[in-house]
Design a protein around this ligand. Sequence first.
Ligand code: FAD
Length: 296
Amino acid sequence: MNISDKFKQKNVIFSMEVFPPKKTSPIETIYSTFSDIWQVPADFISVTYGAGGTEAQKNKTCAISSLLKSEYSVEPLAHLTCLTSDKEEICSALELLKQNGITNVLALRGDRNPEISPKNVFEHASDLVSFIKKYDPSFNIVGACYPEGHGECESLQKDIEHLKIKVEAGVSHLITQLFFDNDQFFSFMDMLEKNGIDVPVEAGIMPVINKSQIERIVTMCGSSLPRRFSHMISRYAADPLALRDAGISYATQQIIELVSSGVRGIHLYTMNNIELAKKINENIRSVIRSANKEND
Ligand code: FAD
């Protein structure tokens, strides 16, 4: 199923992100992650792509997406990056997805990695979007966006102008980088409107349940931390159980405010913690159901 159709059926959709097992782990280790996945009703589940990995590692994205579809009846969204690939490699990745009946692709540039030279074939994600559209127009293409601006771009306004090129190349909906400050998201949405970007946007939310996550997030994503969030982390840093409860509560409140304000989707960065996803989903299920009743 083309997941863009979900936005025609619902006011708010709920989706999750998972990642394949790390290099040395066999793919079967994901089974334990998925054993309870049916308890979290998601409109789709996205599967990340390890750009720097071996062929076998990259193929795990397709294998897990295929597993989600065939064994768990969940629509997968396969991530695909392009910076370190040539056309031939992208064609074989797309062919593999097609053979497995996977039609939804999150088209990404990928992060720059000093250890892996870019192939200089696809410079921006928009190049990949155009390429996929030509390769097989039946693919539904999703794109990434950054409420606080992408780290390499000189300004948020410029980043949004680049985003517009990507959307016009054929993106049906966008998923944001994770953020902790809803006000940043709301002003980003205003800017998208002013710049004529009107595809649905899903808000990327990550429940933070331990302190080590924070440093990684700030380094990798550059997300700013609102004062009440930082207070929460420092207050409960030494008490893992309290930090877990506070982190779940923070993400829940963020989601409730977003849904109340008309967000079109919540994309939960699960870090493969399905127990946590289940908890968040229980907390927000009635809110999402209520928003969708307005559509009945
Ligand atoms: P782009 O849209 O190409 O943007 C990258 C930079 O180029 C931006 O600064 C933009 O302003 C600029 N730019 C874009 N177009 C132009 C243009 N025409 N002219 C000049 N400048 C331009 N990484 C992985 O390796 N694997 C994953 O599975 C993965 N999943 C992700 C999922 C989500 C939802 C998000 C938000 C990110 C994900 N990433 C993943 C990280 C992503 O690869 C990086 O953030 C990467 O640095 C940018 O990717 P992009 O697709 O947004 O790139």
